[in-house]
Ligand binder design. Structure first.
Ligand SMILES: NC(=O)c1ccc[n+]([C@@H]2O[C@H](COP(=O)([O-])OP(=O)(O)OC[C@H]3O[C@@H](n4cnc5c(N)ncnc54)[C@H](O)[C@@H]3O)[C@@H](O)[C@H]2O)c1
Length: 379
């Protein structure tokens, strides 16, 4: 099947590489010729490295490259069985390109969006045949991150959903199916990893380094929240938080943090500006954590129970299945364990007790224990 990818930026280039590696004739289209050239050079470089490391032969790399076509116009998508759109995150622009794409393909071509924050329903609303819309949400970098969230909109047909899932499964990705709700699974359930860490810092409980130490050393997470936010970029991470907060009608659970906003406003974006929560300039040392086990455990458990509460909320509201919620967090953001499995291991009454203690202490809605967690803890 010929696959189309629209947008040759960070995500589009990676998705096109995955499609070509999976054996598809792949057309990558972008309005900006420089982006196309950059994407082509980037994919060539990645494949050259794989050859160097012995992971691929030169012939295999050449075959993959020969499957890729780089083009400037949407009419090159003619004959595609599926197109994944990965352009700017603006609904009006997406509407324009989805109308254009539908005009050049056959009736059975699936039209997918890689959007992180727009609803799939809103994107598909402009199609003549809206049953062919589906969300196919990859994680950055697309060739390396196993998870792909598959999101049926209210318009999506069962056939579209199943075909999209089978195709992405055949690309050796871990697919999960989730409802067309803000943040899908990962960007919703992961919010407290950042938000609660920022809140703990703001209360003066501990500094960045100590919170990061607690989450990595005690919690087993690969990166602490502040190190991770510096990697992602405080501009990007803040925007996701704000978008999710607005999309949930200002539910206080998702309230953004002033600390992060000020870092963003100051241009302390993280690694990319050499300064975020930490100073990455040459010659500067990273601060040392206070390695106090009792404090560390308190920090880790507070963030963990907030994450578990969010996972329960997603399960309670049927955003995804129990298995898919756990798979999403381990494969999309490398959590050491699925949150629902983690909750079982800790014991649901213990998790509930921690949340109730926070809720009693603060009286804030953000700490309210999820009804499903309450129900299951009782049984
Ligand atoms: N960056 C991430 O981590 C990430 C992760 C998952 C999903 N997403 C989503 O993927 C999409 C793309 O994000 P990105 O980070 O790759 O963006 P990007 O800015 O790196 O790339 C966007 C590309 O789209 C091109 N483009 C813009 N308008 C176009 C048009 N009308 N026709 C053709 N090409 C056009 C631009 O030239 C650019 O090359 C967004 O919807 C975003 O929400 C991003």
């Amino acid at each position: 099947m010929k696959v189309g990818v629209l947008g040759a930026g960070t995500m589009g280039a990676g998705i096109a590489q995955v499609a070509a590696q999976s054996g598809h004739a792949t057309v990558l289209v972008d309005v900006n010729p420089e982006q196309l050239a950059k994407a082509k050079a980037g994919i060539e470089k990645v494949l050259a490295r794989l050859v160097e490391k012995g992971n691929k032969t030169r012939e295999e790399a050449d075959t993959i490259l020969s499957r890729l076509t780089f083009a400037g116009a949407i009419d090159q998508f003619a004959g595609c069985g599926m197109i994944i759109e990965a352009i700017v995150e603006k609904l009006e622009v997406k509407h324009t390109v989805f109308r254009q794409m539908e005009a050049v393909v056959e009736k059975d071509c699936i039209l997918a969006s890689n959007t992180s924050s727009l609803s799939i329903a809103s994107i598909g609303s402009v199609l003549e045949q809206p049953s062919r819309i589906v969300g196919i949400h990859f994680f950055n970098p697309a060739p390396l991150m196993p998870l792909v969230e598959i999101i049926p909109a209210v318009q999506t047909s069962e056939a579209t959903l199943q075909q999209a899932k089978q195709l992405i499964d055949s690309w050796k990705k871990v697919t999960v199916i989730c409802k067309d709700t803000p943040g899908f699974i990962v960007n919703r359930v992961a919010r407290p990893f950042y938000g609660e860490a920022l809140r703990i810092y703001e209360e003066g409980v501990a500094d960045f380094a100590t919170i990061d130490w607690a989450m990595t050393t005690i919690g087993g997470f690969r990166m602490g929240p502040f190190t991770l936010m510096d990697y992602i970029g405080n501009d990007i991470n803040y925007t996701v938080t704000e978008t999710v907060f607005q999309a949930f009608y200002y539910d206080p659970r998702f309230k953004p943090s002033f600390t992060q906003k000020r870092h963003m406003e100051a241009g302390f974006l993280g690694r990319k500006t050499n300064r975020g929560y930490y100073d990455y300039a040459e010659g500067s040392d990273l601060p040392k954590p206070t390695e106090d086990m009792a404090l560390g455990k308190q920090i880790f458990e507070r963030i963990l129970v907030m994450l578990i509460n969010e996972a329960f909320d997603a399960l309670f509201l049927n955003v995804a299945s129990r298995e898919d919620i756990d798979l999403a967090m381990t494969n999309g953001v490398n959590y050491p364990k699925g949150l629902l499995q983690w909750a079982d291991e800790l014991g649901l009454p213990y998790v509930l007790e921690k949340l109730e203690a926070l809720f009693a202490e603060y009286g804030e809605d953000r700490y309210r224990p999820n009804p499903l967690l309450r129900r299951m803890a009782k049984n």
